[in-house]
Design a protein around this ligand. Structure first.
Ligand code: DOR
Ligand code: ZN
Length: 451
């Protein structure tokens, strides 16, 4: 007897869509097709699409140490309601996750609050080379490398340390995810703009021009090619950066890249309309870069879409001086409605959406085959979607601690109706369901011989 039968829906995978029922037992997908037999629980998905739960490889739930901005409870509730069943959380918490002991301590704090499954990254610092293996042994999802300054002000490691970390990651079979910006150049430009008396929101964009991303992508890709690790470029934001990824891939480098929903939907006009609320590292860019990212999605040179869900307090976000303002804004709860709206507008296929937000992210960090698909044996993480349902995005209805969104008032076409984690409902119609029951996801390590 099945635990759950999801019937009458259209199941979507990167390969296509099929009208079929889904059988769940012990939290996993055990059958797909017709006449799957008896089940203890019946979910009627008639008229709905059944998507694998989304995986957001880039969230900052701020726990521990920055919980005035968000904590794992509020962040993961927002994820569940938004159809995101797995998040990978960034290590620029307080303290930063730079040792196995800190990784373990963070796990202990966040696990009881998690409404969705989660992976936890460690951070690469100038002097924690010896801790990377120990963090991997604890279960780290991979390692974040800050090549450019951002929230938390984690110092950027030098190139020797970066190369050594890449070699370690290759041996461990884990992915390194880079924030690719040239720190020395951005600091120089910042000083110059400041000295020139600039305080307006757009000065942030000018302090982080496209070439500093392109340079960091090339440098990281060159080192990764030699070390043999998988390099993932987080929040790729420029035409030039994407060109460098494509070139590196053509040379055989194990490289993937991510676009943020914010970089896909906002352009530099937002500095005038929304001010420092849209400050982001790397910055929101002129339309030509937005266009290049959409071309990358169409050409399948971009491997995943993430949110960089980066909450701050209302007070911090109200800051009017560009140099004291905080970078980043929330997004995990609005990701799916905004992408479904792009599907409704004909800019994206549903199959592509699943590739970019489930299958792709799982493959990049080694979470497949457990996560990222509804194939037999996978965790029964899925979201029921009504592609016709419309809504107006409103911060008031979001579950983050400080629900200020740059998408306030935007029309969405396509909404998550209910979210299931390992066969249990965790959210329905915009409301969380049940107690937190999220679990740690550990990566499947992919070892490759190094040069
Ligand atoms: O704008 C950003 N905010 N970019 C990052 O890389 C980090 C993030 C944060 O943690 O606030
Ligand atoms: Zn981030």
């Amino acid at each position: 007897m099945l635990d759950m039968l999801v019937s009458g829906g259209t199941i979507v995978s990167p390969r296509g869509r099929v009208r079929a029922d889904l059988g769940v037992k012990n939290g996993r997908v055990v059958s797909v097709g017709e006449d799957l037999g008896e089940a203890r629980e019946h979910v009627d998905a008639a008229g709905l699409h059944v998507l694998p739960g989304l995986i957001d490889v880039h969230v900052h739930f701020r726990d521990p140490g920055m919980t005035a901005k968000e904590d794992f409870g509020s962040g993961s509730t927002a994820a569940a309601v938004g159809g995101v069943t797995t998040v990978f959380d960034m290590p620029n918490t307080d303290p930063p996750v730079s040792t196995a002991e800190r990784w373990r301590a963070k796990y202990e704090v966040v696990a009881p609050k998690a409404r969705v499954d989660f992976g936890l990254y460690g951070v690469v610092t100038q002097d924690n080379g010896a801790e990377l293996t120990a963090m991997a042994d604890e279960g780290a999802m991979g390692f974040k490398l800050f090549m450019g300054q951002t929230t938390g002000d984690n110092p950027c490691p030098d190139d020797g340390v970066i190369f050594a970390a890449f070699r370690t990651a290759a041996t461990l079979g884990l992915t390194i995810g880079a924030h690719a910006e040239n720190n020395a150049v951005l600091q120089l430009l910042k000083r110059e703009l400041r000295a020139a008396g600039r305080t307006d929101p757009r000065a942030h964009l000018e302090s982080r021009p496209a070439f500093i991303e392109a340079e960091a992508v090339s440098r990281a890709a060159t080192l990764a090619a030699a070390a043999g690790n998988h390099l993932h470029i987080h929040h790729l934001s420029t035409r030039e950066g994407l060109q460098r990824v494509v070139q590196a891939r053509a040379l055989g480098t194990r490289i993937s890249c991510e676009a943020l929903i914010g970089h896909l939907l906002l352009d530099d006009a937002a500095y005038e309309s929304q001010g420092n609320l849209v400050q982001l590292n790397p910055p929101i860019r002129p339309a030509e870069h937005v266009q290049a990212l959409w071309e990358g999605i169409a050409a399948r040179t971009i491997d995943c879409i993430a949110t960089d869900h980066a909450p701050h307090t209302g007070e911090e976000q109200a800051c009017t001086d560009v140099w004291s303002a905080v970078g980043g804004f929330i997004g995990v709860e609005t990701l799916l409605p905004l992408l479904l709206t792009q599907v409704a507008a004909g800019r994206l296929e549903l199959e592509q959406l699943v590739q970019l937000t489930s299958a792709g992210p799982a493959a990049i960090y080694g979470a497949s085959p457990q996560k990222g698909s509804l194939d037999l044996g996978a965790d029964a993480d899925f979201v029921l979607v009504d592609t016709q349902r419309t809504a107006v995005i409103s911060g008031q209805q979001l579950h983050s601690a400080h629900p200020v969104t740059p998408y306030e008032g935007w029309q969405a076409t396509g909404m998550p109706v209910a979210t299931y984690l390992r066969g249990q409902c965790v959210a329905r119609d915009g409301v969380p369901v049940g107690d937190p029951r999220g679990r740690l996801v550990k990566p499947r390590r992919v070892h490759r011989a190094t040069a």
